[in-house]
Design a protein around this ligand. Sequence first.
Ligand code: HEC
Ligand code: HEC
Ligand code: HEC
Ligand code: HEC
Length: 216
Amino acid sequence: MKKRSVWFRGVFAGLAVSAFLLTHGARNIAWAAGHAYTGESKCEDCHDAKHEALKDIIGPDGQPGANPVDVWNQDKHHDAFNNLTNDWGKQAAAKAKVSDPQADGSMCLKCHATGVGGNNPPDPSEGVSCEACHGPAADWVPKDKHGQIGNDPSKMAAAVALGLIDLRKMNVREANCRACHVKDVSLRPCYRPSEKPFDVKNDTKFRHWRNNIPAI
Ligand code: HEC
Ligand code: HEC
Ligand code: HEC
Ligand code: HEC
């Protein structure tokens, strides 16, 4: 636990988003104390192609009729664990002196898997799955805890207290992405200078949400 929170503080400080930590410290502490993870398959109960709540969701092609599960299955975040051993992964692992990037305790898994070091994380082979962005879900996953937020700020606050990350707020979203999307090679041995600079709005490849969701 201690090690992980130090790692997080390092990442955030390096990114000069300490203002975020000051305002959202409570959430991080609650998270360190341990909302449990539930794993991606739980989300399939309601957020795959078979379920009706999702008719208006726009996919990577800009068309409605998408669903989060199919989009994620085709997204790079889904392959983040498998790709650790590709050619670039091997070079990055050698640079960081990591003998097996997929082994338990490998530093690579902090960003290439979900919830490592947290409470009941999914198997790392799941890669960067739903809860890496939306927050550990065991406490908020029931439909009446997160599926009826609508435009009600108090319902959002209640879900956030249970571990949901409010990605509707762009500053929260960006801080969440940037915990992994860093350039500092001492934190991220796989960084390539040729990489496109991270832009939180570069999300069309994994888009899976409606238009005009109001920030509340
Ligand atoms: C029992 C059904 C159910 C399960 C299981 C479920 N959801 Fe939902 N979720 C819903 C419904 C219903 C909505 C509301 C959809 C709408 O407004 O059209 C929703 C909305 C959401 C929203 C939008 C919240 C907001 O209003 O800003 C997110 C994010 C979300 N779900 C993520 C997840 C994730 C991640 C999982 C798995 C950990 C999950 N859900 C599991 C039913 C479910
Ligand atoms: C838990 C760490 C983590 C979080 C959180 C995260 N990402 Fe990623 N992201 C990754 C990893 C790892 C990859 C590379 C996966 C691969 O190629 O194997 C990636 C890949 C991507 C790519 C694909 C890059 C390309 O060249 O195609 C985009 C775009 C992206 N992320 C955007 C985001 C955005 C926007 C957010 C926040 C809403 C976010 N990511 C949150 C770890 C993360
Ligand atoms: C601090 C977070 C972080 C850590 C730690 C990390 N990665 Fe990554 N990795 C990322 C992100 C973010 C991307 C996607 C960047 C992009 O495309 O914008 C990525 C991309 C990759 C890719 C795909 C890039 C490509 O161009 O093929 C490989 C392979 C990779 N990482 C291997 C590793 C290995 C091996 C380790 C451990 C030695 C590691 N990573 C540690 C965040 C991380
Ligand atoms: C890389 C980060 C990332 C991953 C991984 C991710 N999401 Fe999302 N998700 C977002 C962002 C950003 C939004 C848009 C803001 C919002 O609606 O909260 C979003 C929105 C949603 C919504 C709300 C749609 C709406 O119109 O209100 C649902 C439902 C959802 N995601 C479910 C999932 C499920 C299920 C998974 C896994 C199969 C998943 N997400 C994986 C970042 C992610």
